[in-house]
Write a protein that binds this ligand. Structure first.
Ligand SMILES: *Cc1c(COP(=O)(O)O)cnc(C)c1O
Length: 390
């Protein structure tokens, strides 16, 4: 069957709304001129409420990983003691970056599929003398688990008030409420290709006054990602190096769409997550994350032993549904459904309908309509809650 647009259900890059695609095709401007200055200012201001910060949002031309690297090299020195709370592949990556630059990293591994426990984090932080920083993941994309950052931050502050809290919020910020300043986080990063409905190529970072102070004493080497250069040029409406102007056009347009939708953005992600979970369960899939720690932007499910994933995924792809596989030690064991950015509740119904059809094609004992029915019910339930969709 011909499908003219794939149903791209991976946790980034996410599908672009038509107006965002058009924005990316606009003519270039002088990146040292007034139009660019206005654009940069608009995106900085537009991003702040989603970060929950009154400070400047720095726009970097790089993948999300580049912003994780920026977080490390701008605040730390070789030999610094760092606690990495890791609950999946992206937490491990953050820890590896800090190690690469010479930090002395202690890992607190959390079972994949579970969230970090404030008490365990408190104990781990208390056990490290001169703890300089804690690396935290907001939303672990490899497992579909979300951490509650506020209790984690306060547990760390109890025992290590001077430790900097560096947060990978790449895959859920913009899709869920976030309050960097109120939660006491020091350096938070995200990336254009996740909830921001834009192409890959830009990452954003915001820093607390403590984190800015740390940039003056940190001794890890940095040049391209030196956040002080970005801050100092941003004052004049510029970036230190030539930015990904086309991606910035897109982020600007994505923000305009998000602002028009208001809190509906968060309700839509809640509903899509609930629908995905209900639908997958109705098909007999076991989910990695329990409901209370489940991500609002990505859902991971175990591949049953008796399901031939290659044949199944092939049947999905022929129908235009693109899912993500597992990463790291979960490769071949799970699949992931992304539901962030420009996702609609109808996209989720379509994805679940495709999953049903593929399972039927493979001769599995699945009643056509069960997943879609379960998802419709979850949508109605979500609409009845105060945060639900209208
Ligand atoms: C996508 C993602 C990253 C990495 O982003 P890249 O742009 O691929 O470098 C890091 N952390 C999390 C949680 C992510 O979801």
């Amino acid at each position: 069957m011909t499908r003219f647009e794939p149903n791209l259900r991976i946790p980034g890059p996410t599908a672009l709304p038509p107006s965002v695609r058009e924005a990316g095709g606009r003519q270039m401007v002088n990146h040292r001129g007034d139009e660019f200055k206005a654009l940069l200012g608009r995106v900085d201001e537009g991003m702040r409420p989603y970060f929950g910060t009154s400070g400047r949002v720095i726009l970097l031309t790089c993948a999300g990983t580049g912003a994780l690297e920026a977080a490390v090299v701008n605040t730390l020195s070789p030999g610094d003691a760092v606690l990495a709370v890791t609950m999946g592949a992206f937490g491990d990556r953050f820890a590896a970056i800090a190690e690469t630059y010479g930090a002395v990293v202690t890992r607190l591994p959390v079972d994949w599929g579970r969230a970090a426990e404030p008490e365990a984090v408190r104990q781990a932080a208390a056990a490290i003398p001169n703890l300089k920083a804690v690396l935290l993941t907001h939303n672990e994309t490899s497992t579909g688990v979300a951490n509650e950052l506020e209790p984690l931050a306060s547990a760390i502050r109890d025992v290590a008030p001077d430790a900097l809290l560096l947060v990978d919020a790449i895959s859920a910020m913009g899709a869920v409420p976030f309050a960097m300043d109120a939660w006491g986080l020091d350096l938070v990063v995200t990336g254009s290709q996740k909830a921001w409905m834009s192409a890959p190529g830009m990452a954003m970072a915001a820093l607390s006054p403590r984190a800015w102070a740390a940039t003056e004493t940190a001794r890890m080497p940095r040049f391209y990602l030196d956040l002080r250069r970005h801050r100092d040029t941003a004052v004049n409406g510029e970036t230190p190096w030539t930015p990904a102007v086309a991606v910035l056009y897109q982020v600007d347009e994505g923000l305009r769409l998000m602002q028009a939708e208001g809190d509906g953005v968060f309700a839509r992600h809640e509903a899509c997550a609930a629908m995905t979970r209900a639908g997958l369960r109705a098909l007999g899939f076991e989910l990695l994350a329990d409901d209370d720690v489940a991500s609002k932007t990505v859902t991971a499910a175990w591949i049953p032993d008796d399901l031939d994933w290659k044949a199944f995924n092939g049947a999905l792809k022929r129908r235009g549904l693109v899912l993500a596989g597992g990463q790291g030690k979960l490769k071949g064991k799970i699949f992931r459904v992304g539901h962030l950015g420009s996702v609609t509740t109808d996209d989720i119904l379509a994805a679940l309908g495709t999953l049903e059809a593929a399972l039927v094609e493979l001769g599995r004992d699945v009643a056509p309509g069960v997943a879609v029915t379960a998802a419709q019910r979850a949508l109605l339930a979500a609409a009845r809650t105060p945060a639900g969709v209208a």
